[in-house]
Design a protein around this ligand. Structure first.
Ligand code: ZN
Length: 129
């Protein structure tokens, strides 16, 4: 999947796109993995609610405050890398009845931490029809 981000830090709901991939794969029961091959993005599962998304960004700024970091000598984006480390770069989900078996309030969110950029997300779906 290709994802074009539009802000430096941004949460993008990719649940519908992933469900389309599951449908295209023709898998009824199995597993789906979404994996970001970048070092300044993350993938998380949580609620797609505007206030919560603001809170998550606030949390990221609290966990990794403005400061001087060693990696900034290289390309000045250490905070983006560190925030990505905290969140993780992949999620794995069960597939049931041809759809992601997410909880009622769960969405899959792609997290841009050093945008805007053109990003890739690798999706692997295994299972039986
Ligand atoms: Zn860097």
């Amino acid at each position: 999947m290709k994802i074009r981000t539009t802000s430096r830090i941004q949460l993008i709901d990719i649940t519908a796109s992933l469900n389309n991939e599951v449908a295209d794969a023709g898998i009824g029961t199995g597993m789906a993995m979404a994996y970001s091959p970048h070092t300044t993005t993350a993938v998380v599962i949580n609620e797609n609610e505007p206030g919560l998304k603001e809170d998550i960004l606030k949390l990221l700024n609290l966990i990794v405050p403005q400061g001087r970091y060693m990696h900034d000598r290289i390309d000045n984006n250490a905070r983006s890398h560190l925030q990505a480390v905290v969140l993780g770069n992949n999620v794995c989900m069960p597939v049931e009845n041809g759809k992601l078996a997410l909880g009622t309030w769960q969405s899959v969110l792609f997290v841009e931490l050093d945008g805007p950029r053109h990003r890739k997300l690798l999706v692997r779906i295994v299972g039986t029809g």
